[in-house]
Design a binder for this molecule. Structure first.
Ligand code: SAH
Length: 455
């Protein structure tokens, strides 16, 4: 029967629900079919785009019966690039979807007590558009013009973008102006096909508080022709750009950033304000992408942690120290660890800058540094973790379960790895509640704060 399905084949399909990536799920002759762009309760004509042993992939050819939650996509490039995959779903329904993603992950991994967890309704953004403070756009020469944009899904075909529904306008302004300058100065643009040319990627980050911008040119080689003229023009025409960095990443590689960076002009960091504190931020360091929702996320984490003034806190996966430093005045002492040395240098500078003397940040992985601190006899009263999508490392969880801090909060940007980690964590902790927060409107990505109580 499967053999009879062909790429391009179309058939009507009733959509039952959304999967964790935001695709509609239907069953074609009992085979699970993921339909990009389809919504629950819709009847669509699906067109097969991929055939696999256990499932089919499809796109919407036509919507026969639309969902009442279907809206006109927010961006004209919807469907051509990632990052706005829920653009066809109204915002309230996007929020309901994100809570459901957490529920789906729990049902898959079944950590102790999962049926009874308090999954709170997702906290939405006041403005679900134009929130991203960072643009990481590929650059290509197309018909003699320098264009920047994102790749079409599962490809390296550039979709040029001059505006984008989720980007803050200043980031786009800098990108567009840069493309003009690169073209005017005839600076060689990288070509993947011939693996030649120089400029590959533009990374622009904006501080919402100061409107300072940070620019990194990622290049195929050390040399950057017409560098002096480029820097001159940036200084004159883009005064908000306070950092110009070059990062060298030679050849064809799936990694965007190379190992080597150097400052071409300006100062090495921009300043962002979160809560009452100022943070300096190096180009390599992580910062939350949605400034308004970052305040909400951190406030939620602070409430969940409920630190007392005599308590010690570990800020694991610390970035530039934003979480720990925000809490330092309510703690006896804060220690944090982070793998990126530039971010740790920022964290230390940020402590100084804000007059915080009870915080200490260290370079290293959470899974090596926490066991080391425990071996030295340090017993934190509270731990907050904010790992990347991969979640917590096994040895970190083991160390945490040994230390059994009284207070523990997990900020997760990936419900699947969160649910997996909860299987081990619930040996020592019960889950009080899971509060999802929408950090990435228009996307299927979901952030959640988990409050635990020690058993
Ligand atoms: N808490 C920060 C950063 C969170 S992002 C904030 O809110 O801004 C996750 C951070 O973990 C990144 O800065 C990343 O560089 C760091 N990281 C990744 N793997 C790590 C590991 N194994 N140990 C410690 N830090 C890690």
């Amino acid at each position: 029967m499967e053999n009879t399905v062909k790429i391009g084949q179309r058939f009507p399909l009733t959509i039952k629900r959304l999967d964790i990536n935001g695709a509609g799920i239907g069953y074609y002759k009992r085979k699970i079919t993921f339909v990009t762009g389809a919504l629950p309760e819709e009847v669509v004509v699906a067109e097969v785009t991929g055939i696999h042993e256990r499932y089919l992939e499809a796109k919407v050819h036509r919507v026969k019966v639309p969902s009442k939650h279907r809206v006109t996509p927010v961006d004209p490039k919807y469907g051509q690039v990632g990052g706005i995959e829920l653009g066809h779903l109204d915002y309230q329904a996007q929020l309901a979807f994100k809570r459901d993603v957490v529920a789906q992950a729990l049902a898959k991994f079944k950590p102790t007590g999962w049926q009874h967890y308090d999954l709170r309704p997702t906290i939405g953004a006041a403005d679900p558009l134009h929130y991203r403070n960072k643009a990481q756009f590929q650059v290509r020469s197309i018909d003699g013009h320098v264009r920047a944009g994102l790749y079409a899904p599962n490809s390296h075909d550039l979709v040029p973008l001059e505006t984008f529904a989720t980007q803050r306008p200043l980031t786009m302004q800098v990108i567009n102006h840069l493309c003009g300058l690169l073209e005017q100065l005839d600076i060689p643009i990288y070509s993947e096909r011939t693996n030649s040319g120089i400029v590959k990627t533009l990374v622009v980050r904006e501080s919402a508080a100061t409107s300072e911008a940070q620019l990194t040119l990622i290049t195929n080689s050390e040399k950057l022709p017409h560098q002096a003229r480029l820097l001159d023009a940036i200084a004159r025409e883009l005064p908000m750009v306070v950092t110009v960095m070059q990062n060298v990443n030679p050849g064809k590689t799936s990694l965007i950033w190379g190992a080597e960076s150097h400052l071409l002009a300006g100062q090495p960091y921009i300043t962002e304000r979160i809560g009452d504190l100022d943070f300096q931020l190096s180009p390599q360091a992580f910062l939350q992408l949605n400034p308004a929702q970052t305040e909400v996320l951190y406030a939620t984490a602070r409430t969940a942690l409920a630190l007392a003034p005599h308590e010690t806190l570990v800020d694991a996966y610390a970035g530039i120290g934003t979480i720990g430093l925000s809490l330092a005045h309510t703690a006896q002492a804060v220690r944090g660890m982070e793998v990126i040395p530039e971010a740790v240098a920022d964290a230390q500078a940020n402590a100084l800058r804000n007059g915080i003397t009870n915080a200490h940040y260290e370079v290293g992985t959470a899974e090596t540094v926490l066991p080391k601190w425990l071996a030295e006899g340090f017993r934190p009263d509270a731990v907050i973790v904010d790992p990347p999508r991969a979640g917590l490392d096994g040895p970190f969880i083991q160390a945490l379960l040994r230390a059994r801090p009284k207070k523990f909060v997990y900020i997760s940007c990936n419900p699947s790895t969160l649910a997996r980690d909860l299987v081990a964590l619930t040996r020592a902790y019960t889950v009080d509640y899971i509060q999802s927060i929408d950090m990435f409107p228009q996307t299927a990505r979901c952030e959640a704060v988990v409050k635990f109580t020690r058993r």
